[in-house]
Design a protein around this ligand. Structure first.
Ligand code: GLC
Ligand code: CA
Length: 555
């Protein structure tokens, strides 16, 4: 079967490049509080990022996606924003931000910032005003307030549970309730309110004017809501289809009015600013709407992240997403790890459980890391999978630390957790702190070089062996694999298409239009190595292609 995409990316004029850089970019996600701590208070900061720009340059990424850096009480790792047009004083200032943009741009690295439109924090000035102004006020209309049920409104307007467990409604002093799909510190905005819409347009312009190249849009599929007077129960809500745009909360058709307006603002800039949607929707067709050039332009697909290390699943996912991106007029996106999921080097090392090969990361975390984990296998597969992904057409989104082959941390003591998902759903949701542990930069020493004042989440002793220092000089390290792969990717990059080449069972083999070939052996035993010059491999290669290994070839 052949998947061919005719692409504007083949048009290599400077102007086209400036506007289409994102189509096949390697984007590195920084979770700022866990990346590098310059002032030694245990929390990563913007100066820490600035100090590591040479590292990012050496790694060879095209862009950084910066998770929220806004003022926040960190009720949800910064996804509870107090002020959309400022920097958290705990991690920097607007001047630091400008300096960071300049340093990244000087290194030819673009910057995408996270924007969180579904909800603010409960400390946002608008929410404070809403509380003070009272029932029926215009201030309250910026959020979703309702009277309660029961004789005296003492019951919540519905029995809905939040995404982090626990009730989705919280009562305020005068008796009304507000909706929060996430933590109670994250009140949902009312996107029917024109002021809310305008304020976000102001925020977009604010950061575009400061030089950002684009936005990652948090929970993009949740903003538009239609809540009737009588609300469905949670059980009824769960039964409502999300395929036709009429679900009361998720992926409503009207949500696209919002992003059509955003696109007009993003297009005021030259080159137009980009945006990528975090949209968990029912189908490829629904996702394509967010990725349309008239809207955000790109959308994450989490299919590889959710797949087992399995050739059939991988092949199907790749073909479907390439076709889908073509329909959307976008390029596709690939992700194995981010700040919300168990790192893939760990997922791939877990023994099959309940018939699933690698999706049992949560169970493993809940076991405190005592379920069997084969670290070597996990790393071998992660390297093979990542090299497979970096050869694919489209954008590759990388999460800080995956270039070190870093694994998930399972043994965070109960009282040191930070994630609301962990606390709101005790014993059921292990939370996401295990992938947010501050990065190891040095083999040993204070917080493995993260900073001079400890780390805000405890680092395990094995972090030293996965540090930048330990891997820097080892030619076979994961870090050097990523560096070489990213440099080659830049050199080899071709039009956004691939052709599958016939291959033995358990092997995937594709060819890009310029003769760049990628072969992954998913089985554990060796297979014949196809003809061609080996450019790079995820593990040692001899006359054959060993198990769980990827090679790039040039005929
Ligand atoms: C997104 C973020 C996640 C956050 C949630 C609520 O899914 O990736 O980290 O908790 O939105 O903002
Ligand atoms: Ca700091």
């Amino acid at each position: 079967m052949t998947t061919v995409i005719d692409s504007e990316a083949a048009d290599h004029t400077a102007e086209a490049d400036a506007a289409t850089w994102w189509r096949q970019a390697a984007v590195y996600q920084i979770y700022p509080r866990s990346f590098a701590d310059a002032n030694g208070d245990g929390i990563g900061d913007l100066q820490g990022i600035i100090s590591r720009v040479p590292y990012l340059k050496g790694l060879g990424v095209d862009a950084v996606w910066l998770s929220p850096f806004y003022p926040s009480a960190l009720a949800d790792g910064g996804y509870d924003v107090d002020d959309y047009r400022d920097v958290d004083p705990k991690i920097g200032t607007l001047d630091d931000f400008d300096e960071m943009v300049a340093a990244l741009h000087a290194a030819d690295i673009k910057l995408i910032v996270d924007i969180v439109p579904n909800h603010s924090s409960n400390r946002h000035v608008w929410f404070q005003q809403a509380l003070a102004a009272g029932k029926g006020s215009p201030e309250r209309d910026r959020y979703i307030f309702r009277d309660g049920l029961g004789e005296n409104g003492e019951l919540p307007p519905s029995d809905w549970t939040s995404m982090f467990g626990g009730p989705a409604w919280t009562q305020v002093a005068d008796g009304q309730w507000y909706l929060h799909l996430f933590a109670s510190e994250q009140p949902d905005f009312n996107w029917d309110n024109r002021e809310v819409r305008d304020d976000f347009l102001t925020t977009l312009r604010f950061w575009c004017d400061r030089g950002v190249d684009g936005f990652r849009v948090d929970v993009a599929h949740g903003c538009a809501k239609k809540l009737d007077d009588v609300l469905p129960t949670q059980a009824e809500l769960d039964e409502i289809s999300t395929t036709d745009g009429n679900h009361p909360i998720w992926d409503r058709n009207e949500v696209h009015e919002i992003y059509t307006e955003w696109r007009q603002v993003l297009n005021e800039y030259d080159p137009p600013r980009i945006a990528v949607a975090e949209a968990w929707v029912a189908s490829a067709e629904r996702r394509a709407r967010y990725a349309s050039p008239n809207e955000l332009g790109q959308a994450f697909n989490f299919d590889l992240l959710e797949a087992d290390f399995d050739p059939e699943q991988f092949r199907e996912i790749v073909s479907t997403n390439l076709d889908e991106a073509k329909i959307a007029g976008s390029s596709t996106t690939w992700v194995f790890s981010n700040h919300d999921v168990v790192r893939h080097a760990t997922r791939y090392g877990l023994a099959p459980l309940n018939g699933r090969k690698v999706k049992q990361g949560r169970e493993w975390l809940l076991s405190g890391g005592t379920l069997p984990l084969d670290v070597e296998t996990g790393l071998r597969r992660a390297r093979a999978a990542s090299l497979f992904m970096l050869g694919l057409p489209g954008s590759a989104y990388l999460y800080q630390g995956e270039e070190l082959g870093l694994g998930e941390v399972a043994d965070i003591p109960a009282d040191e957790h930070q994630d609301p998902a962990y606390f709101r759903n005790p014993g059921v949701d292990p939370g996401r702190d295990g992938c947010r542990v501050p990065l190891p930069w040095t083999r040993d020493g204070e917080s493995f070089g993260f900073g001079s004042g400890g780390a805000h989440l405890p680092q395990p002793s094995w972090f030293g062996d996965r540090s930048v220092e330990a891997e820097d000089s080892d030619p076979d390290s994961t870090l050097n694999l990523y560096r070489r792969a990213l440099a080659l990717r830049e050199e080899l990059q071709a039009a956004e298409s691939l052709e599958w080449v016939d291959s033995p069972e358990n092997v995937l083999h594709f060819r890009r239009p310029n003769g760049w070939e990628v072969v992954t052996n998913f089985s554990t035993g060796p297979v014949e190595l196809p003809a061609g010059r080996v450019l790079i491999s995820s593990g040692p290669v001899g006359d054959t292609l060993p198990g769980e290994t990827t090679v790039w070839l040039r005929s």
